[in-house]
Design a protein around this ligand. Structure first.
Ligand SMILES: NC(=O)c1ccc[n+]([C@@H]2O[C@H](COP(=O)([O-])OP(=O)(O)OC[C@H]3O[C@@H](n4cnc5c(N)ncnc54)[C@H](O)[C@@H]3O)[C@@H](O)[C@H]2O)c1
Length: 367
């Protein structure tokens, strides 16, 4: 049995539970939320054991359990620190922490206690990201030169977001989402893939703007960043809750373009658009060729709201690695570096990275 506990059972926790339902050998052995009503609603819906306090949760868990920190970003550091302090491995929702001082403190604490900590998103271990990684390793587009990645979510201030609810009835936490900002909330979805494929970032130049809406005076609602990798790769990443919905990533190489349109869908098609000349024109094949991995990949969840992602991929891989005595692909070094790059993308200036990590091993089914 893989033992998993949860702290924070709001909107995203239901997406985790729907994903864990795909794995028969996962036991959710305890749940805590400081909102007693939310805790009760969630545990009743999923038939899970609740703990009245965080310390009671820690006392009830088996040694070696993995705690998922699904609290709000401003709470991530304190909750993860408490979990590591109580002797448990931690998988935190993103962003890992809101400052690098806090992220470094967690990294040091985990290392000293011989514990693992990791950060979402898990989609880097999903089929779409792994298919793109496989194509890059196999020279499909020749030498990759430049990446354009978009995480635009549409004009969210005009969406009926006040009525969005999770499966067990948690309201979408729009106040917290707008205060944290779309860049800290979303940049990690593509940054995690880029760091996994191309390794550590050298520096980031970013610009942000607060363009307003119902959530004026909150965090910027637009950012664009140019990300320079130590390997020489260059990527441009855009996030906004203003521009029309666009979640595509395009990787431009000297033989053509790799393209994928749905960042939050593990099953999204990956296409290769070959570049060629036709009489006096330079053409990129308009339809492209769909690329597929040869065997089965991982369990998939149905779409709920904006996402069709298996949120359990990271925690499951982490538990498998820990029980095999290996370092998880979502390692502490990777979490620290991803957090530094994410904070730099949101900063609206130029920052040299001080942390590093190694490129991520592909999943065994994507070799
Ligand atoms: N909402 C989404 O669609 C979504 C998707 C992916 C990731 N996330 C990430 O998941 C995390 C949680 O987001 P959410 O949308 O579920 O928020 P939410 O506000 O719906 O849920 C957070 C829950 O954590 C609880 N909580 C907060 N601090 C706590 C503490 N110190 N101890 C115990 N419980 C505490 C709150 O009471 C709340 O029930 C965030 O980091 C967010 O970025 C959200």
């Amino acid at each position: 049995m893989r033992d998993v506990a949860i702290i924070g059972c709001g909107f995203v926790a239901d997406l985790y539970l729907r994903s864990f339902a795909l794995y028969r050998d996962v036991k959710i052995c305890g749940v805590f939320d400081h909102d007693a009503d939310r805790l009760k609603a969630f545990c009743n819906y999923w038939n899970l054991p609740s703990a009245p306090t965080q310390d009671a949760l820690f006392a009830s868990l088996p040694k070696g359990a993995l705690i998922l920190n699904l609290t709000n970003p401003g709470e991530h550091f304190a909750v993860s620190r408490a979990c590591l302090g109580a002797g448990f491995h931690v998988f935190s929702e993103k962003p890992l922490t809101l400052t690098m001082k806090d992220a470094r403190a967690l990294h040091t604490q985990a290392q000293a206690a011989n514990l693992h900590f990791a950060t979402a998103p898990s989609s880097v271990l999903g089929q779409a990201a792994q298919t793109l990684g496989h194509a890059l390793r196999n020279d499909t587009i020749g030498t990759p030169k430049l990446i354009y990645a978009e995480l635009d979510d549409g004009f969210i201030s005009q969406a009926p977001y006040k009525s969005w609810k999770s499966e067990s009835g948690a309201a979408w936490p729009y106040g917290d989402e707008f205060a944290t900002g779309c860049t800290l909330e979303h940049a990690g979805y593509y940054l995690s893939w880029l760091i996994a494929w191309f390794g550590p970032v050298a520096f980031v130049t970013s610009a942000t703007a607060s363009l307003g809406g119902a959530y004026a005076n909150k965090a910027p609602d637009f950012s664009t960043a140019t990300i320079y990798f130590k390997s020489g790769m260059v990527a441009r990443l855009t996030t906004s809750i203003i521009a029309s919905h666009d979640h595509q990533i395009r990787i431009f190489g000297d033989k053509g373009v790799l393209a994928m349109k749905r960042a939050w869908d593990n099953s999204a098609p990956v296409r290769f658009h070959r570049r060629f000349t036709l009489r006096r024109k330079l053409v990129e094949h308009p339809l492209g060729k769909r690329l597929r991995l040869s065997g089965p990949t991982h369990p998939k969840v149905k779409r709920f709201g904006a996402a069709a992602m298996n949120f359990a991929l990271g925690p499951i891989e982490m538990l498998d690695a820990i029980s095999a005595g290996a370092t998880p692909r979502l390692s502490g070094d990777y979490a620290l570096h991803l957090n530094e790059v994410t904070l730099a993308v949101a900063a609206g200036d130029t920052q040299k990275m001080t942390t590093t990590c190694i490129p991520m091993e592909p999943m065994p089914w994507a070799l």
